[in-house]
Design a protein around this ligand. Structure first.
Ligand SMILES: Cc1cc2nc3c(=O)[nH]c(=O)nc-3n(C[C@H](O)[C@H](O)[C@H](O)COP(=O)(O)OP(=O)(O)OC[C@H]3O[C@@H](n4cnc5c(N)ncnc54)[C@H](O)[C@@H]3O)c2cc1C
Length: 501
């Protein structure tokens, strides 16, 4: 359909996290007079992983009008204040990528610049001591951000760990209440208009045909419509992100409900540990060119320290993205559009981003090439930002204890990342380009955490009185610590407000 007729029938292909997030948001915001149908196959199932998120997920749920406590109960969720990275620099290190700011600026100078100047003073401590989120995380505490901008608690920022399959079910109920129709069935083909190249229907294995004006391809790694039917190329980024396999296995919940994700570097990849209310998620992400599946599974199982509650789930993937995410009348959202490994928990965010961009460029009558091209441009931008941020963790290592780390340490990086690194190395400057997802505070936490210390500081930080900086930093650190000590424990907060049945 590119004849100027109203886009009425929207078909969502796939009912994983991407499919149901899209269904819920489109049902709520795509306007009156549309019919939304979602086709999924229980026999095929979903990818079945995806537990950690980043703070913008709050905005997505809020826009849908979802009650936070109900959502947390239904998805067995916990709170996440950031990610602790272990062993990424030399095998014995630890740092924290906090959500939210690093301290408050002093006389307009970013706090991290003052920290750089004074870090040799033993009182100063790690950078994480200047973050409300990191301080609370290490105390295993949680509270919502305060409204009063003067309160240290106003600086806390958070996301969730949740069961993504349960989130899909939760959103399915939401979407069906708003009139989304679900069709169970296996798609075996699609019809295309010979003149326009537009997809007109998907065909099911029992000969049913589901017609549509617009198709949202949420079919996972298969990329049924965008990749297979329309042949949009996959841009392979595995030379920058060589991990291409994962093994996931849940264990019984940990005794301490820590409010952060753990990312522990291994010889040929890394391992996640994610606390949910009813289980702890564990997974080993690794490069199949450097370790066999059997050995990777052994690394994971040997390190668990808790009783497994399901069989290991082995997954294969390739880092990269489709060169266009919107082609003809098909928009791919979720794994069908590309994948960047879960190190910074960005996949569910990329789904959210795709849905929000689609809504802001949603077709009315026919499909406008201007809107489609803008969508592709914006999605390309966000995928590349996330790509660069993830590559940074691998590139900025001193590890030389395996072929995998040798490869990562010595590989070339994209020009966009190389420029960022040069600017940082000179005087510790970070510039956020356009609509970049990760804020300066995130880049700084990872750059410094990975041991890249600038050659000089910002000259303005040198010009400030040392005693003033030192006192102000002492007070800031103490205020975060005292505030954290008054917060409820993460476990108590959940028990009081949102414990699953
Ligand atoms: C190892 C690993 C760890 C991850 N960890 C995280 C994380 O911590 N945080 C995060 O944000 N993301 C994470 N992700 C990504 C996250 O899992 C996905 O982004 C998310 O689950 C969305 O998946 P999806 O809906 O695109 O695909 P899927 O879950 O695969 O869903 C595809 C849907 O399409 C349907 N389908 C496919 N073919 C057909 C057909 N022929 N006929 C009918 N239906 C069909 C399937 O039945 C299914 O309903 C991780 C991914 C991996 C691989």
């Amino acid at each position: 359909m590119n004849d100027g007729a109203l886009v009425r029938r929207i078909v969502i292909v796939g009912g994983g996290t991407a499919g149901w997030m899209a269904a819920a948001a489109l049902a709520r915001f795509a306007g009156e007079g549309r019919r939304i149908v979602l086709v999924e196959s229980e026999a095929i199932g979903t990818v079945g992983v995806g537990e950690a998120t980043i703070p913008p997920i709050l905005e997505f749920n809020h826009q849908l009008g979802i009650d936070e406590n109900e959502f947390l109960r239904e998805t067995n969720a916990t709170f996440k204040l950031g990610i602790e990275f272990t062993g990424w620099v030399d095998g014995s290190d630890k740092y924290f990528h906090q959500f939210g700011q690093i301290g408050r600026p002093l006389n307009g100078i970013p706090l991290y610049q003052c920290w750089l100047k004074h870090r040799s003073n033993p009182r100063v401590g790690p950078l994480s001591a200047y973050s409300m989120s990191a301080t609370a995380a290490y105390e295993h505490r949680f509270a919502h951000p305060a409204q009063d901008p003067g309160s240290p608690l106003s600086q806390i920022a958070y996301a969730y760990h949740f069961d993504a399959t349960a989130y899909g079910r939760f959103l399915r109920r939401y979407a069906e209440r708003l009139g989304v129709e679900r069709i169970e069935g296996k798609i075996v083909g699609a019809d295309q208009d010979a003149a326009t190249g537009f997809v007109t229907a998907v065909n099911l294995d029992d000969d049913r045909r589901v017609r549509g004006d617009l198709f949202i391809d949420c079919s996972g790694f298969r990329s049924l419509l965008l990749g297979q039917k329309l042949g949009v190329e996959f841009e392979d980024w595995s030379h920058w992100l060589p991990c291409d396999r994962a093994i996931a296995v849940p264990t019984e919940p940990d005794e301490t409900l820590f409010p952060y994700t753990r990312a522990i570097a291994q010889d040929c990849g890394w391992q996640w540990r994610i606390p949910l209310q009813h289980r702890t998620g564990n997974g080993h992400v690794y490069s199949s060119a450097h370790i066999s599946t059997e050995d990777a599974e052994k690394v994971l199982i040997d390190s668990l320290g808790g009783k497994t509650i399901a069989a290991p789930n082995r997954l294969s993937f390739k880092a990269g993205r489709r060169s266009k995410m919107w082609e003809a009348n098909v928009i791919a959202i979720g794994l069908s559009s590309g994948f960047l490994e879960p190190l910074e928990s960005t996949s569910i965010h990329l789904i959210q981003h795709g849905i929000q961009k689609l809504l802001s460029l949603f077709p009315g009558r026919g499909i406008s090439s201007v809107e489609r091209d803008e969508y592709n441009r914006q999605m390309q931008e966000v995928f590349e930002d996330v790509r660069d941020f993830i590559i940074l963790h691998y590139k900025a290592t001193r590890r030389d204890d395996s072929d995998f780390w040798d490869y990562c340490r010595t590989m070339d990086v994209p020009d966009s990342l190389a420029t960022k690194l040069d600017l940082w190395r000179a005087k510790g400057r970070v510039f956020r380009q356009g609509r970049e997802l990760f804020a300066t505070a995130s880049w700084v936490a990872v750059l410094l955490g990975q041991g890249i210390v600038p050659e000089e500081q910002e000259p303005a930080a040198d010009a400030m009185d040392s005693a003033f900086i030192s006192n102000a930093m002492d007070q800031m650190r103490l205020s975060y610590r005292r505030t954290a000590e008054q917060m409820p424990s993460h476990a108590d907060f959940i028990a009081r407000n949102c414990a699953a049945a």
